[in-house]
Write a protein that binds this ligand. Structure first.
Ligand SMILES: [Zn+2]
Ligand SMILES: [Zn+2]
Length: 649
């Protein structure tokens, strides 16, 4: 229904989360709707969500909107409170520092930040700022929302160049914008906020970082202050503890300690170099999925890193993705590094003629891709320019979707269980704008649902969240300290087969379009590797560990025996620590390198032809027969057990 239609009526209708409809006056706000549902809910309303966007409770609703009421104690209300805490930070900064320019200050998933220009600050200033913030909270200023005209906003923001820039961008002449004020301080801000500063719990400042204005490296580098806020002290304590654990596990720190990878200025940003220990782990990961793929009927293909842009025009990447691609000329032709592997695989499929009996066709490739992320966003292995996807593309008949997705789910579950990861999944269905017929969408969605339901899997239904070209199942997993990560995906695609004019000859002798399925088990190796480093804290399971066993001679006299013992384990990744050093130091070094097992040999062991075994949890056993330990190691490796368990029983 168009806007003019809804305005001509006195009543409009909003849709509540349970699917029921609520008729309200045409000028009703979020809060009015809440009171309409019930006075208790009205009183508890903090903010609202309109079609998924968090808005102030004073915001008018519109006809047909999906409305959710945000009440105290919800995740969204925590976001609202943190946004208010960001304002307190900015207020405190302006009380302590002169001539600061304000940029933006939004809430984030676990806190908030505020960006400033012309601010000279270091973390020693945090204590004073935190005290000031506490005073602002104690003063319990009312947080007032005010609608003003663009013209007036321009006057109020005369000294705030960044705010002015935002204003010019988001508002047109004659429109109203909102300001939020508390005490002497105010900000151009869409909100929502809590009612008064006294409703903000405890605030903690965390970190200072540089951030380009609007994330664009051509712009000024500003000062970003990160902080967080919680309802009470104990929630904050819990968060800080998790943060500390996360820092201990930081993959950049462990990656450096274990010599897994480096990212160097001279080789370029976001371009990781894998060192031998890191690549050893990656090769195990590669082999693991290669075996799974081969057992499941995938054929490996290989495509180059660079293609003529003709391919990207055909695939649609040129139109939609050009800004994130590395594009360059060679002679008269334009080329681009591949941001995705799919077009190459579609081109391989297109190079044949296929019958319905040939399908499904399954291609796999560990394909390196390149995406030009903002430099300021690059971070360790989590955001990079070059990464490898354990990519797979299937070309299937519409009636084969269910069986193939079944097969992919088996592989994904195999991966997640091998690494002992908790996971959740979501089915995302047809968005408003989409390509493909009603028939193919309905057929595809019902097949995906049937896969999930036949397995009795719990999943979130994310209606309208699919890609324009097809529905998908997304996995998210949780690591050892409860953090969530994006995981594998299964994505149906009705668009690329059109663009590449892919076809097969059906039983009816007519040409038909196959459906393309994109799937990855790890997703990107880089993200998955990072997650594993942090999940295992560098203490990789035996089958992944770069060095599986280290032999430590007690003195130089035992060096010969140490090498003979190492030879007994030569189908493992084994090293001898032959340095002239004390046993204590050697144990410490092996521990720091997170080697799963140390074999210690001295005169006693040499005389008996035995070994002593020590694991990285500092358990030790003497007089172990070499053969006994060998057998155990083989079992632990081949069964891909998660933790060293020779000494655990
Ligand atoms: Zn704000
Ligand atoms: Zn793909």
């Amino acid at each position: 229904m168009s806007e003019s239609d809804s305005q001509s009526q006195e009543q409009i209708t909003v849709v509540l989360p349970d699917g029921s409809e609520l008729d309200v006056a045409a000028d009703a706000t979020v809060e009015d709707c809440a009171y309409e549902i019930g006075p208790g809910l009205g009183r508890d309303t903090v903010a609202g969500k309109l079609d998924g966007d968090l808005v102030a409770k004073e915001q008018p609703v519109y006809d047909g909107a999906a409305l959710e009421i945000v009440t105290e104690g919800s995740d969204e209300s925590l976001r609202v409170m943190r946004h208010s805490a960001a304002h307190c930070l900015a207020q405190a900064v302006e009380r302590h520092f002169d001539d600061v320019d304000l940029a933006i200050g939004p809430p984030t998933d676990d806190g908030f930040y505020y960006d400033f220009d012309n601010l000279e600050i270091d973390e020693d200033d945090f204590a004073a700022l935190e005290d000031e913030i506490e005073e602002i909270i104690e003063a319990d200023y009312e947080i007032e929302r005010e609608e003003v005209s663009v013209e007036e906003a321009r006057e109020r923001l005369a000294d705030e160049p960044y705010k002015l820039e935002l204003l010019e961008e988001l508002a047109e002449e004659g429109q109203q914008v909102t300001f939020y004020s508390q005490g002497e301080w105010e900000d151009l801000c869409a909100g929502p906020h809590v009612e008064s500063t006294g409703e903000i719990g405890v605030v903690k400042l965390l970190e200072i970082a540089g951030a380009y204005w609007r994330g664009d490296e051509e712009n000024t580098m500003q000062t970003r202050i990160y902080g967080t806020a919680f309802e009470d002290e104990s929630d904050l304590e819990e968060f800080l503890e998790r943060l500390e654990q996360a820092e201990e596990r930081d993959h950049r720190k462990i990656g450096n300690e274990m010599d897994l990878f480096s990212i160097q200025d001279v080789t370029g940003p976001g371009l990781p170099l894998y060192h031998p220990p890191g690549k050893t782990i990656l090769r195990q990961l590669e082999r693991f999925v290669e075996d799974l793929n081969e057992e499941s009927g995938y054929d490996y293909v290989e495509t180059p890193h660079v293609f003529k842009t003709d391919l990207w025009h055909r695939s649609g990447h040129y139109e939609n993705y050009k800004d994130d691609m590395f594009i360059f000329d060679v002679g008269d032709d334009e080329f681009g590094l591949k941001p995705m592997n799919c077009p190459g695989h579609a081109a391989i499929f297109q190079d044949h003629s296929w019958s319905y009996r040939d399908l499904p066709i399954r291609y796999a490739e560990n394909g390196k891709v390149y995406r030009k992320e903002q430099r300021g966003e690059l971070s360790g292995l989590s955001r990079v320019w070059a990464f490898t996807i354990d990519d797979g593309h299937l070309f299937v008949r519409p009636d084969q979707i269910e069986r193939e997705v079944e097969g992919i789910m088996d592989l994904i579950v195999d991966v997640l269980e091998t690494f002992d990861l908790e996971y959740e999944m979501a089915l995302a269905t047809r968005p408003e704008k989409s390509v493909g017929s009603d028939e193919i969408w309905e057929r595809a969605e019902s097949q995906l649902k049937s896969v999930l339901e036949s397995r009795n899997l719990d999943y979130d239904l994310e209606e309208g969240d699919g890609a324009f070209y097809g529905p998908k199942i997304d996995f998210a997993f949780e690591d050892a300290i409860g953090r969530g990560w994006d995981g594998p995906t299964v994505q149906l695609d009705f668009n690329m087969p059109e663009r590449f004019d892919l076809s097969y000859v059906g039983e009816d002798n007519e040409e038909h379009r196959p459906v393309m399925i994109h799937r990855a088990l790890y997703g990107s190796y880089e993200r998955f590797f990072m997650m594993l480093i942090e999940h295992f804290e560098g203490k990789f399971p035996l089958w992944l560990a770069p060095e599986q066993v280290r032999v430590l001679p007690i003195s130089d006299d035992n060096l010969g025996y140490a090498h003979r013992v190492a030879n007994e384990f030569d189908d493992f990744r084994v090293e001898v620590d032959g340095r002239d050093s004390t046993l204590e130091r050697k144990i410490r070094a092996a521990h720091d390198d997170r080697v799963p097992y140390q074999i210690i040999v001295g005169d006693n062991e040499e005389e008996d032809g035995n070994i002593s075994v020590r694991d990285r949890f500092e358990e030790q056993e003497y007089d172990v027969e070499i053969e006994t330990f060998r057998e155990h190691l083989e079992g632990e490796r081949d069964e891909q057990r998660i933790e060293p368990d020779f000494l655990a029983e």
